[in-house]
Design a protein around this ligand. Structure first.
Ligand code: URP
Ligand code: ZN
Ligand code: ZN
Length: 479
């Protein structure tokens, strides 16, 4: 009887630390052997001459998330995880969002119902806290963290989601005590509201004014404030979807002062600019409306630099899928409505890995090891999934990407598997794409089509992540 269920032969294995040639022996969904001449497997996959990386961990995606304004996300847990798998991602972490006036438990239960029987790959949940009542802070949140929901996002903007400064402090304090990772959406809500009013008064309603209403200053101010709050409470935080120089400077300042402030960025800040929202008044620019908005070429370079120099810990997609045509997505408030009424978010779960491998690794901007750290290992560590996820190591889940490289892989929406009717990256000519994606040893993308049973993805309980541990260097709070 063969020693392994699967052997991936002669792989050029890349981890966050090394690159080496090895066979990968897989049994019962786990990596059980690494070596040069492993015994036969029931299935043999020849990876000679190919890079093999850990499956991607996309720690910032929105699937089937209730929105509150009538819009409907185009991807549920089936299409979203299928699209992820076809792009080399094997773990996703979407958001269970608390509705104001409701409990966190209701959000979790509802989100498990939405996921039920659908995911093709493994998944965990972040919470979104919108209503931090004493009951939520004292009872629910500690209980849910102990149950394996060890990260949550808080918003400094969007009327339906944002917390006051005082609420942020209360929430950060619970994270510190319970060892949870806090993700912060950092934009100043009042500045945006004020600018939006002025723009609309002046008749500037086209999609491109979305970027004008959210200049880098509003991101810088909120990032600065969030960092100050984190320092006061002595708790690590992660600033999500960082768009450009001004927020990067705040994060680097914090890091250089020894604060545990982590940064996340996304493909839209490398490959789109404010011009992607249109140079005229056409509604087409709605396709690239997301927050914070993409900036300019110089800021794209700042984001590349931050990926290279270690400012950023994670490269996530922030996949927020709204269709361009039809009444449910970008046009939920009608055709040609003003920019402030257009659903925020763009798709990207399937293109994230190939964009960074193609334009980052193959152009020499970042190393293959950095790619692995940014797309997989660091997210697994930040959110309490390591070492089960995020590495190619004995005992880890056999989540692998075997790469096709050197050919031309044009990005075309018709070839993607999400349920969105466009991709912002249409027409880009990439030089790499996953040839095969394995999830716990099962092929879920064979280079041609998604494979595997609907619902095979497992829910993952996260452990309190090590990077969320406070510094405990000095107490600002004399307790
Ligand atoms: O515009 C964006 N980024 N939409 C998704 C929701 C969020 O804030 O991440
Ligand atoms: Zn956000
Ligand atoms: Zn998001």
């Amino acid at each position: 009887m063969p020693a392994f269920d699967t052997v991936v032969r002669n792989a050029r294995v890349v981890t966050a630390a090394d690159t080496f040639t090895s066979d990968i022996g897989i049994r019962d969904g786990r990596i059980v052997a690494l070596g040069l001449t492993l015994d036969a497997g029931v299935r043999e996959i020849d990876a000679a001459g190919r890079h093999v990386t850990p499956g991607g961990v996309d720690s910032h995606v929105h699937f089937d998330q209730p929105t509150g304004d009538g819009s409907i996300m185009a991807d549920d847990f089936l299409s979203g995880t299928t699209s992820a798998a076809c792009g080399g991602t094997t773990t996703v972490i979407p958001f269970a969002c608390q509705q104001r006036g409701h409990t966190l438990r209701e959000a979790i239960d509802d989100y498990h119902r939405r996921a039920g029987g659908k995911p093709l790959i493994d998944y965990a949940f972040h919470l979104i806290i919108t209503d931090p009542t004493p009951q939520v802070l004292k009872e629910e949140l500690p209980t849910l963290i102990a149950e394996g929901y060890t990260s949550f996002k808080i918003y400094m903007t969007y009327d339906a989601l944002k917390l006051s400064d005082r609420e942020m402090l209360d929430t950060l304090s619970v994270a510190r005590n319970e060892g949870a990772m806090v993700m912060v959406h950092a934009e100043n809500a009042d500045c945006i509201a004020w600018l939006t009013e002025r723009l609309l008064e002046a008749g500037h309603t086209a999609p491109r004014y979305h970027a004008t209403s959210r200049p880098m200053l509003v991101e810088r101010e909120a990032t600065h404030r969030a960092i100050a709050f984190a320092e006061l409470i002595d708790v690590p935080i992660l600033i999500v979807h960082v768009s450009g120089r001004e927020a990067v400077e705040q994060i680097r300042w914090a890091q250089s002062h020894g604060l545990k402030v982590y940064g996340e960025t996304c493909p839209q800040y490398l490959f789109l600019t404010a011009d992607s929202l249109g140079c005229d008044d056409s509604f087409e620019g709605a396709k690239c409306i997301c927050s914070p908005p993409p900036r300019d070429k110089a800021n794209q370079q700042v984001i590349w630099d931050g990926l290279e120099n270690g400012t950023f810990e994670v490269f996530s997609s922030d996949h927020a899928p709204f269709r361009y045509d039809g009444p449910d997505g970008k046009r939920v408030h009608g055709d040609n409505v003003s920019f402030d009424k257009i659903s925020n978010g763009i798709p990207g779960v399937e293109t994230r890995m190939a964009l960074l491998w193609s334009e980052g690794v193959r152009t020499g901007r970042i190393t293959a090891q950095s790619f692995v750290a940014l797309t997989s290992t660091n997210a697994a560590k930040l959110y309490g999934l390591y070492p089960r996820k995020g590495s190619i190591a004995i005992g880890a889940d056999a989540d692998l990407v075997i790469w096709n490289e050197g050919g031309e892989y044009p990005v075309e929406n018709t070839r993607l598997h999400h349920n969105v009717d466009y991709t912002p990256y249409e027409g880009m000519r990439l030089t790499a794409w996953p040839a095969i994606t394995l999830s716990r040893g099962d092929i879920v993308w064979d280079g041609d089509r998604p494979c595997g049973e609907t619902g095979r993805g497992k829910f993952l309980r996260c452990i309190p992540p090590d990077p969320a541990r406070p510094r405990r260097r000095k107490a600002i709070l004399p307790l």
